[in-house]
Each structure stands twice: as structure tokens, then as C-alpha cells.
Design a protein around this ligand. Structure first.
Ligand SMILES: C=C(O[C@@H]1C=C(C(=O)O)C=C[C@H]1O)C(=O)O
Length: 438
């Protein structure tokens, strides 16, 4: 029998899965079907998906976590029977995943295959039912897809008891000292850039409906991917890779200014200053180059948007560059993630030195923050973003409350100012502090 818990080892027997997809007549309100306490959710604007139930969970740790997951998924996909007349991105067999940042992290990286997937893609919708060998597929038997949907439950924002998040993992003073130390190392020529982060934490009370923060994130951060996978909840603007039928795209971000929505002139000035800053442009070009170099062996016809543009999010401006390419040799989305991770956006440059400085100066395990979160289908296509603007929920304690830890950081280069960096982390925490707030 196939085990469906974390004890499934990457080297175990290959489970035989069957995925049956059928169109859904009515456009679903995805969150109305999501699990209140363990949501599995992926959404951007009018495209998204909710997973219900957990059929299979694969766990990975260590430096090989991406490669091992990709290899394991290839085996599972090769054996799976997929009946998918819809043939859209994300139809057919799909696994959701969240991967740790550091090779030595105690956080487990996972791929999860839900029993039921409800998808919406603009004006169309579909349902996918996944079963194990020997189980009956209702959709295959001809059941009406609408009958497989769980009961709709409205999201009641009024029921939400706000979560207050306070500095955790280290003090603000320790973070400021770390930024000063990192800047000194850059000035001394030890490395060019290092991304330092800090944490805030709070407690989510028993029975809280996690669809409330998810609804807030997906309504406010329309240009971001809102996600919930294995207790990691957030809305990331940075696409590591999107691969569909041979087309690959990515979005590189580096360079940040807080928004000033209360003052339009000040807001525009912040944007213009970001676009004109030679320091930010230099750092940005470096980040783009590192992604280009990482992707180059896997793709052809690699092109970037002409000049970096200012990406406007509700909390920050980012310098952004979009990349497009054609998939070369047959690589899975997870292999493309592996080729890039960790990017200069979340580690620094040179990568090896930056990762070592992070391990030395950050007094906590980043867990899945600044790792990768996304999904992969049976063809190896998928969408993966850097796990930014997110928080990780822990297991419930004796009183049912769950710890919530959010992490945010920024690139430290020559000339970085600790107070300015602190302000930038406050802006980057805003999606989480506001979504989980009262
Ligand atoms: C590290 C984070 O964000 C990254 C760092 C940025 C920067 O230093 O300007 C900008 C966007 C992200 O690539 C974070 O949100 O925690």
C-alpha cells in the first residue's frame, strides 16, 4: 500500500496515480471550497486553483532536494494515467510544493498531490480527481463534476481575530548590527552583495479561518501569486519560472522603494529615484545576469525586457525585468528552479560567499522563506515563485494556537544604510501584517 504521509521516502515504490479532468460548467469561487485550517491554494487575479484532501505527500531534505523531487516526480508522472481533455496549464495531474532555502535547513521540502483540484482560468473552470490504483474515479465513471465539489462555505472576514506580529528570531538591534557588519564585509571586498533578513512572529488562535488572510492577499496583490502550501502562506511578486508547452518565462526583481499612497507626488518621486539610481540599476543588472546564466544551459532564444521597469505593488516599488525563452532540452520546472536557486535576489553574489555570510549573520533557520513554492504537472510544466512576503504556520499547541513566523529581507551592498534597510523590511512585511492583522 502507498503511504500518504511524510514517511514516503524518495527511493520508495512508485505509486500509480490516475488523474481525470473534466470541465466545470460554473465559475467557482475558489476560496469557498478551500480547507479553513489547511488550505492548499494558488491564485493570481482570475486564475487559480484550490486543492482538497491530500492523496500523496513526498518529502525531501538536503542539497539534492530539488533534483530528488524532480526525479521522483518524473517517475510518478511516467506511471500515471492522465485523462485530460481540458489541456490547460494546470489541468491533469498536479503536485504543489514548497522547498526550503538552505541546504541544511531543518524545514522539510514537500510535494503534495491533492485528491481533488478545482481550477479557474479566466472564463473557464475544471475539476481534476486524482486516485490511487485500485480506487474508483467518480469522474471516470461519468459523475457530474459539480457533484464532487465540497459544500461551499463563505469566507467570513468578521470572524478573524487579528494576529499581532512582533520581532522574533533576533532583536531589531541585532538585525541593524548584522546589516552594518554585512556592509563592512562588502566594503572590504569579501563579497559583492548579501541578502539579510529578519523575522516577526505571532500566534494564530484556535479555529481561525485561514481563508481570511488568503482572501485579503489575493484581492490586494493582483500582480502577485497568492499561495498556501503546507502552512506557508503569502503573496510573491517574483516568478522563478513559468513553463508551459515549451515556453519559459521568469521575473527578476532587485531594487525596492516603499510606496507612499497617501502622497502621490512623494510616491512618484520614490519610483523615479528607484528608476534613476545607478546603484540599484547595477545591482539589478547583476541579478538579471545571474538568472540568465543559470537558465542559459536549459533554454534557447533567451530574451529580456529592454530596460528594467518599475513594478507597482500596493506596498513597494520594485525594479523588474521579465525574461522569456523557449525550453531547450526537456527540463522540468523543478530542474529550472534548481538551476537558479538561490538567486542573487535572496542570497547575494557570489552565491557561495553570500550563503555562508547568511548562515553566519542570521541567527535563525530561514525555513521555506526565500525557497521556492509552486506546482508541477505530469509534463514537467509548472509555475514556481520565490517564497517572499510570506509566513509559515507551525503545528497547533495544547491550546490549539499556531505560531506564525514571517521573514523579510533585502540586498546589502556597498553604501547600504541599516535604518533604510529596516524600513524596507517593514514595507516587505506589510502584505503579511495586513493580511493577518485585525
Ligand atoms: C528578500 C526579499 O525580496 C527580494 C529583495 C529585493 C531587494 O533587495 O530590493 C527585492 C525583491 C526581492 O527579490 C524579501 O521580500 O524578503
Amino acid at each position: 500500500m502507498v503511504k500518504t504521509d511524510a514517511t514516503v521516502s524518495p527511493a520508495g515504490d512508485v505509486p500509480t496515480l490516475r488523474a481525470v479532468t473534466r470541465p466545470l460548467g460554473k465559475l467557482p469561487n475558489l476560496l469557498a471550497f478551500a480547507d479553513e485550517h489547511a488550505p492548499l491554494f494558488w491564485n493570481r487575479g482570475d486564475r487559480g486553483c484550490v486543492g482538497i484532501g491530500e492523496l500523496l505527500r513526498l518529502s525531501f531534505t538536503g542539497p539534492d532536494r530539488f533534483r530528488a523531487a524532480s526525479a521522483r516526480w518524473r517517475e510518478i508522472a511516467a506511471l500515471a494515467a492522465v485523462d485530460d481533455p481540458v489541456a490547460m496549464p494546470g489541468s491533469g495531474l498536479v503536485a504543489f510544493g514548497t522547498f526550503a532555502f538552505a541546504d541544511e535547513s531543518a524545514a522539510v521540502s514537500v510535494l503534495i498531490v491533492p485528491r481533488l483540484l478545482i481550477h479557474r482560468h479566466r472564463g473557464t473552470a475544471w475539476v481534476t480527481e486524482v486516485t490511487l490504483a485500485g480506487e474508483t474515479s467518480e469522474l471516470e465513471r461519468g459523475a457530474d463534476p459539480a457533484e464532487l465539489l465540497p459544500t461551499e462555505r463563505a469566507v467570513d472576514a468578521a470572524s478573524w481575530a487579528g494576529v499581532e506580529l512582533r520581532p522574533a528570531g533576533s532583536t531589531v538591534d541585532a538585525y541593524l548590527a548584522g546589516v552594518a557588519d554585512a556592509t563592512a564585509r562588502v566594503v572590504a571586498g569579501e563579497l559583492e552583495k548579501v541578502v539579510l533578513s529578519r523575522q516577526i512572529a505571532g500566534s494564530v488562535s484556535r479555529g481561525s479561518d485561514l481563508r481570511v488572510p488568503l482572501a485579503r492577499l489575493s484581492e490586494r496583490y493582483l500582480d502577485c501569486w497568492t499561495f498556501a502550501v503546507d502552512g506557508l502562506i503569502g503573496a510573491s511578486p517574483e516568478t522563478l519560472v513559468r513553463s508551459t508547452s515549451g515556453a519559459v518565462s521568469a521575473r527578476v526583481l532587485a531594487g525596492t522603494r516603499g510606496r507612499h499612497q497617501e502622497d502621490a507626488a512623494r510616491d512618484r518621486a520614490a519610483r523615479d529615484e528607484l528608476l534613476r539610481s545607478a546603484k540599484e540599476q547595477h545591482e539589478h543588472d547583476f541579478a538579471v545576469q545571474s538568472v540568465v546564466t543559470a537558465l542559459a544551459p536549459h533554454v534557447t532564444e533567451l530574451r529580456t525586457s529592454d530596460a528594467p521597469f518599475a513594478l507597482q505593488l500596493p506596498n513597494v516599488w520594485h525594479l523588474a525585468t521579465d525574461l522569456g525563452a523557449a525550453l531547450g532540452a526537456e527540463s522540468t520546472a523543478l530542474e529550472l528552479v534548481d538551476a537558479q536557486h538561490p538567486t542573487a535576489a535572496v542570497a547575494g553574489t557570489p552565491t557561495v560567499d553570500a550563503v555562508a555570510v547568511i548562515a553566519e549573520l542570521e541567527p535563525f533557520d530561514r525555513g521555506r522563506y526565500s525557497g521556492a513554492v509552486g506546482w508541477i504537472d505530469a509534463a514537467g510544466d509548472g509555475e514556481w515563485v520565490i517564497a517572499l512576503r510570506c509566513a509559515q504556520l507551525g503545528e497547533a499547541g495544547p491550546d490549539g494556537a499556531r505560531a506564525l513566523v514571517a521573514t523579510a529581507g533585502g540586498g546589502i551592498v556597498e553604501g547600504s544604510d541599516p535604518q533604510h534597510e529596516l524600513g524596507e523590511t517593514v514595507s516587505k512585511f506589510r502584505p503579511i501584517t495586513e493580511a493577518f492583522g485585525g
